[in-house]
Design a protein around this ligand. Sequence first.
Ligand SMILES: Cc1ncc(COP(=O)(O)O)c(C=O)c1O
Length: 370
Amino acid sequence: MIYLDNAATTFPKPDCVIDAITDFLKNCGGNPSRGGHYLSALSGEKVFLCREELASLIGVDTPEQIVFTKNTTEALNLAIKGILSRGDEVIISSMEHNSVLRTCVDLEKEGIILKIARADSRGIVNPDEVLSMITNRTKLICMIHISNVTGSVNPVREICSIARKNGVLMLLDAAQSGGVLDIDTSCGDMIAFAGHKALYGPMGTGALYVRKGITLDTLTEGGTGSFSESALMPDSFPERFEAGTLNACGIAGLYEGIKFVKREGVKEKEHELGKFLIEQMSAVRRAKIIGSPSVGVVGLSLSGHDCVDVATRLDREHNIASRAGLHCSPMAHRTLGTITSGLLRFSTGFFNTKEEITATAYALQKVLEN
Ligand SMILES: Cc1ncc(COP(=O)(O)O)c(C=O)c1O
C-alpha cells in the first residue's frame, strides 16, 4: 500500500510511538492525577512529559498552558466557544475546515457575529483584508495555517501581529502544520494541534496551547482529581479544561511522536517530499494542481473524471490511498471553484519515498487515460 492520505492522519506511526503505547498499557496504566499510588504517578509523569515536549516545540516554558484534547476539532471548539460571547465578532478565513466553520455558524444562534475573509485563488488570505474587517467588537481571529485542501500556507504571523495591534486574540488552526512548519507564539495566542497527524501520535490525541493570562469558559465539566470538594471546575490550567480521564495511553505515544519529529528531521523530509510531489503531479496530463501548495498536500482537479471514482480506482487497482471529495472543507472548495467537482488530494508523510510518489503519478496517469 502506498499511503498518501497523511493529511487525514499519519500512517504508519513510528515504532517508538507503538512501543510507548504498548509499554504504557503493560506497565504504566494508572489513571493520571487520580490517587497517590505508583501507577497513577507513572502515567501522570508521562502526561506531564508530553506537555513539556509540546510546549518546547513552540518555544514556551509554560507546559501547564497545554491542554490535551481528543483531536484538533475539540481544541478549536474549546478555544472558540471558551472565548466568544453574545455580541462578539469572530473573523475566520474562507479556507477554514468544518471544525471552525460549523463551530462558528452554530454560535451565530447565540448572537455571535461571524465574518469571513475571502482567500484568493491560491487559497491564501490577504492580511489587509483581515485588518479591514476588524471593529471594536472583534474578539477573535481564527486562521488555518496550512490548507488541508491546497497545501497553501497563510501569512499567519502577519495576521497575528495585526490582531495584537488591534487588541484581538488570534487562534491558529495548526492541524496540518504542527510538526511540519516552525510554530511559535508569534503565530497565535491559542494554537490547536492534531496529535495524530504530523506529530505522529495516535488518533484520539490533540492539544490546545493557551497563552498565560487568557481566560476561557470550559467546554466540559467533571472530575479533575483535584479540588474535589468544590462543585465548580478549578480555575487552574490545565485541569480546568481536562475533565474526566485523559487518553494517557495515547498521550504517552504522542510524547514519543513529538520527540521523533524533533530527532528525525520530519520537517525537512516533509518539505523535500512535498516539493517532489508537486513536481510529479504537475507533469500528469488532465490533472491540474489547484491553489498554491508548498508543503505536504496537493489538491488536483481532473478534467473529464470524477475524483471519487479515480480515488477508488487508485485504491482497488494500484493499492494507493488518497482522499477525494470536499475534505470537510466545503467553504474552501467554494472559494477555489471546486465545490461541484471536489478534488483528488495526495498528502505525504515522513515514511513516504520519492519512488512511491513517482509510482503514484504514473498510476494516476494510467487511470486518467483509461
Ligand atoms: C485544517 C484542519 N483543521 C482541523 C481538522 C480537524 O482535525 P481532527 O480530525 O484532529 O479533529 C483537520 C482535519 O483534517 C484539518 O485538516
